[in-house]
Design a protein around this ligand. Structure first.
Ligand SMILES: Cc1cc2nc3c(=O)[nH]c(=O)nc-3n(C[C@H](O)[C@H](O)[C@H](O)COP(=O)(O)OP(=O)(O)OC[C@H]3O[C@@H](n4cnc5c(N)ncnc54)[C@H](O)[C@@H]3O)c2cc1C
Length: 436
């Protein structure tokens, strides 16, 4: 039996390894951890969440991220199974206890006899060996150089993460529990600011010192994960319409919405840690402490982790990748995860799942199939492999799904029907791959 080499045990690599092993394929799973870590990884476990602990919406019929999760659940995704088992309260979102999440996945991978786990930095790709390259946006330099040589140059953007705060250090005299418009279980902590406090905060933020990032000035930041200091530079009130949006958050002390309000989301099941929602940043760590202490509830905040920012590398998938995630010129080599230009934890895992399904079929000489682009799984693969002069990373969203064959004006109804169509296509796909 063929062996598949998987480079990287992150979201995509862990998902791919499990799928292949469960289907009788031997896997060699390589990761540099725990001998070495990329600048954003810290844990020794597989499938580490490097920033937020939220896997975004769990709403199957109203949100494409929720629909993608359901498609993956139907296909037996390990990542979604782990998220469902380790979730923490977060309203409509699927947020997890990151330690338990990675631990669950690591235990599952360690229990698989078909998986050999190797701690090693891979620096080359053998084009004649079945391989899934899932080394992520922070692929080590030597491998990244090799890949870029192989596929003819790479693309990049910058991604930032938000700080995590110790619960006990939050001043609850200046904060309150509750969700926006009371939609949820009241799990968020809200940190209100009045006009003077907001102005002092914006003024300190605009002059705070940033960490040096070579080439940053010349490049785009990912719009969906923009550092607050970049957002603030776009206008005095930009943050009040973004992560400091006060609408729908009634302060029980005043009975009113504040001038600005930061939300904190629970990080772990026990509620010991909270992350600053939408507060990804590239400020120097000391500056984060100084500037964020101007938010009254965070005056004495203690940080479990400060925000960081990194360059994310991805390949020019429209040029080099087929819809089954294999290289156009080297059919045994597959790519999966953020390095393909899908963006996000779940999207990365999704591409790992699909690459593994297609790789297994190739090894077993089964008919070549790809999942319908009426599904989020298929639409993402189609998006990243369709010609595009300004190729940028893509999240799950309804915009990439083809329209329905009739016009429905009501947006919620339209999404529901697109979701129903998608789930029925996944059922057909499952029958197709199980029947040969
Ligand atoms: C700073 C930052 C913050 C992010 N925040 C979010 C967020 O909040 N929400 C979200 O949805 N997405 C976020 N992302 C984007 C993305 O979803 C994650 O990066 C996700 O982990 C990508 O999954 P992956 O499997 O492609 O790569 P990873 O999960 O990064 O896994 C890659 C693995 O490969 C290993 N590796 C690297 N090089 C080698 C090598 N040469 N040999 C062997 N092993 C190697 C690494 O150690 C790692 O374990 C963020 C990304 C970054 C960089």
């Amino acid at each position: 039996m063929q062996t598949v080499k998987i480079i990287g045990g992150g979201l995509a690599g862990a998902e791919a390894a499990y799928r292949l092993a469960k289907n009788g394929i031997k896997v060699k799973l390589y990761d540099i951890k725990p001998n070495k870590f990329t600048p954003a990884h810290q844990s020794e476990k597989y499938a580490e969440l490097v920033c937020s602990n939220s896997l975004k919406s769990n709403d199957v019929y109203g949100n494409a991220a929720g629909l993608l999760k359901e498609e993956m659940r139907m296909l037996g995704s390990l990542i979604i199974e782990a998220a469902d088992k380790t979730k923490v309260a977060a309203g409509n979102a699927l947020a997890v206890d990151r330690e338990k999440f990675s631990e669950y996945i690591t235990e599952k991978l360690c229990a698989e006899n078909n998986i050999e786990r190797i701690t090693e930095e891979v620096t080359d790709v053998n084009l004649d060996e079945y391989t899934i390259v899932a080394s992520g946006p922070l692929t080590t330099q030597s491998l990244s150089d090799k890949i870029m040589q192989m596929v003819g140059g790479g693309l990049y953007f910058y991604d930032a993460s938000a700080p995590i705060i110790d619960f006990e250090s939050i001043d609850m005299e200046h904060a309150f529990f509750g969700d926006r418009y009371d939609k949820g279980n009241g799990d968020h902590i809200n940190c209100p600011m009045n006009k003077e406090e907001y102005e002092a905060f914006i003024s300190a933020l605009s002059t705070a010192e940033k960490a040096k990032l070579h080439g940053f000035e010349n490049t785009a930041v990912f719009e969906g994960c923009m550092p607050i200091e970049v957002m603030a530079a776009r206008g005095h009130d930009t943050l009040r319409f973004g992560p400091l949006k006060p609408v729908g958050l009634t302060d029980p002390k005043t009975g009113r919405w504040a001038y600005a309000c930061l939300q904190l989301r629970r990080e772990d099941a026990d509620g010991n840690m909270y992350n600053m929602v939408g507060f990804q940043t590239n400020l120097l760590w000391g500056e984060q402490k100084r500037v964020f202490s101007l938010i009254p509830a965070l005056k004495n905040a203690e940080y479990h982790r400060y925000g960081v920012m990194h360059r994310n590398t991805f390949i020019n998938s429209p040029k080099v990748l087929c819809e089954d995630y294999s290289l156009k010129n080297h059919g045994k080599v597959f790519f999966a995860g953020q390095i393909t230009g899908v963006e996000g934890y779940v999207e990365s895992a999704a591409s790992g799942l699909m690459a593994a399904i297609y790789c297994e079929r190739k090894i077993k000489n089964k008919k070549s199939v790809t999942v319908s682009d009426n599904t989020v799984l298929g639409a993402l693969a189609k998006y990243i492999t369709t010609e595009n002069k300004d190729f940028q990373p893509m999240n799950a969203n309804f915009g990439i799904l083809p329209p329905l064959n009739r016009i429905i004006r009501d947006k919620a109804q339209r999404k529901r029907e697109q979701a129903e169509r998608s789930l029925s296509k996944i059922s057909e796909f499952i029958k197709e791959i199980n029947n040969d």
